[in-house]
Design a protein around this ligand. Structure first.
Ligand SMILES: [Ca+2]
Ligand SMILES: [Ca+2]
Ligand SMILES: [Ca+2]
Length: 478
């Protein structure tokens, strides 16, 4: 094994003393190269030492897929986040099967994202061209979080199956209609297998793909919607326990409701007025009855409207609330801690995210907003820092970044921390993509062909690891 440190100071220290000192959050990367991909290990361990403490073995796992280097060799990156203050690397990954065929190198680096405190080393997986929306779900029922994207550039939906340790298979592509925009996952036919719904903006349809349970899908079936469908959600809109579809129709100012028959087929669209330029929608219980309601952003007048469900597939008149200019997406979640869903809206016109709190009477307050990057396109609410307080994550289409606003636990959020993603992030989703139990982010890079994955790292608010951390504690191995 050769030892190559990306950081010259770390390299010199290591060569001089076999010990390097690195900050908590340092990423240890072991890179394996081989002429044959079958030789590449996907996991292993290296021995490390923390100060004068006894050595321990750190488990490392493959991050991303393998790739080819300049010499045509297959390369696999194995990464662990070190929480120790100092370490010695002893030996190659234990799983390297044929040392003669595999060369491995070890590097240590302190990426900007790790030093900033929330995420580990980001990586990208290929998705197909122009992914405009990304969703995460367990498509095979194996407890692993798979990635699904819709790709505007080639009119496809891509399925990337997870190995459970942060690596994903190549995209399996299924055709959609032209201009696929929105994506929703859920069980549409009651067989407990995740299905997909995709809104197709250019031909006024929604495509339904029924899952087979093995990560593959049946023949796509299209149903008509209103004009210019921008987003789609799956929910039980009738209270019958079967899944229905709702689609925001950007060109004709409506929401299309398609009632499910329970077998994965859908009835004709019922078009409800929603306001000028519906750009996105969300489904949740937004008042205090038991029925699902809809929230729809209107890009043309800077509002989000709430359509209260009557529980039989019908909805009340749209009730508007002001957002910032150019609202581009809406999510729901309880920010205020009263167990009522609040509204989260990204405003592309002024680079903010708005929180509209539920008042408890089926209405929403004026709310407050926070700065994001330019062109925010998508927001999620979840705990990405590991302190059990929900945080906001926002994809910024205008500058290839993600903003994380760390929740303070009092309904407010700290100013944004900025992390790099790929070109024109159009959508993001949260889930455990690396199999470590943390909350990772997946970002669809709308003007690229990849999904950026920001793996949960040593986080703000987490217990800061020290040299006293004993081998095997959660913040040493991953
Ligand atoms: Ca199903
Ligand atoms: Ca609330
Ligand atoms: Ca948090």
């Amino acid at each position: 094994m050769s030892d190559q440190f990306l950081d010259a100071a770390l390299r010199d220290a290591y060569l001089a003393r076999d010990v390097v000192t690195a900050r908590a959050g340092t990423a240890l990367t072991t890179t394996c190269r081989s002429q044959q991909t079958s030789d590449l290990p996907s996991s292993g361990s290296v021995e490390c030492r923390c100060g004068a403490a006894a050595g321990w073995r750190v488990t490392i796992g493959q991050v991303g897929s393998w790739w080819r280097d300049d010499l045509g060799r297959a390369v696999s990156a194995l990464v662990a986040l070190l929480s120790a203050a100092a370490f010695t690397v002893v030996g190659a990954p234990a799983s390297a099967p044929t040392p003669a065929a595999v060369t491995a190198s070890v590097s240590a680096s302190v990426p900007a994202s790790a030093s900033a405190g929330v995420f580990g080393v980001p990586f990208e997986v290929f998705s197909g061209h122009g992914p405009g929306s990304v969703a995460l779900d367990d498509l095979r029922g194996d407890g692993r979080t798979d990635i699904i994207t819709v790709n505007l550039g080639d009119a496809t939906v891509a399925v990337l199956l997870a190995d459970g340790h942060g690596a994903f298979g190549p995209p399996q592509l299924y055709p959609t209609g032209p201009g696929p925009s929105g994506l929703a996952t859920g069980d549409l036919n009651g067989d407990n297998v995740v299905d997909l719904a995709v809104s197709n903006q250019y031909n006024a349809t929604v495509t339904v793909l029924l899952g087979r349970g093995d990560g593959t899908f049946g023949v796509p079936v299209a149903y008509p919607t209103g004009s210019g469908p921008s987003g789609v959600v799956i929910g039980d809109l009738t209270g019958r326990g079967t899944a229905d579809l709702a689609v925001s129709d950007q060109f004709d100012g409506t929401v299309a409701v398609l009632l499910g028959r329970g077998d994965g087929t859908f009835g004709p669209p019922r078009l409800l007025p929603a306001g000028p330029g519906p750009s996105a929608l969300a489904v949740d219980r937004l008042n205090d009855d038991d029925w699902s309601d809809l929230a729809v952003t209107n890009v043309a007048d800077g509002t989000v409207v709430v359509l209260a469900g009557a529980g039989d597939g019908r909805f009340g008149a749209p009730r508007p609330y002001l957002t910032g200019p150019g609202p581009s997406s809406v999510s729901t979640g309880d920010v205020t801690g009263d167990a009522r869903a609040d509204l989260l809206v990204t405003n592309a016109g002024d680079a903010t995210v708005s929180v509209l709190p539920a008042t408890g009477h089926g209405t929403f307050g004026a709310g407050w907003s926070y700065l994001t990057g330019p062109g925010p396109s998508s927001v999620t609410l979840g705990d990405v820092t590991g302190d059990e307080v929900d945080d906001l994550a926002v994809a910024n289409a205008g500058n290839a970044t993600v903003s994380v606003l760390v929740g303070r636990g009092d309904s407010s959020f700290a100013p944004q921390r900025i992390y790099p993603a790929g070109p024109a992030p159009a959508s993001l989703a949260e889930g455990d993509l690396t199999g470590r139990g943390g909350t990772d982010l997946a970002v669809a890079n709308g003007r690229g062909s990849t999904v950026s994955i920001l793996p949960a790292g040593v986080g703000v608010g987490q217990r800061q690891p020290t040299c006293d951390a004993h081998p095997g504690s959660p913040d040493i191995a991953w």
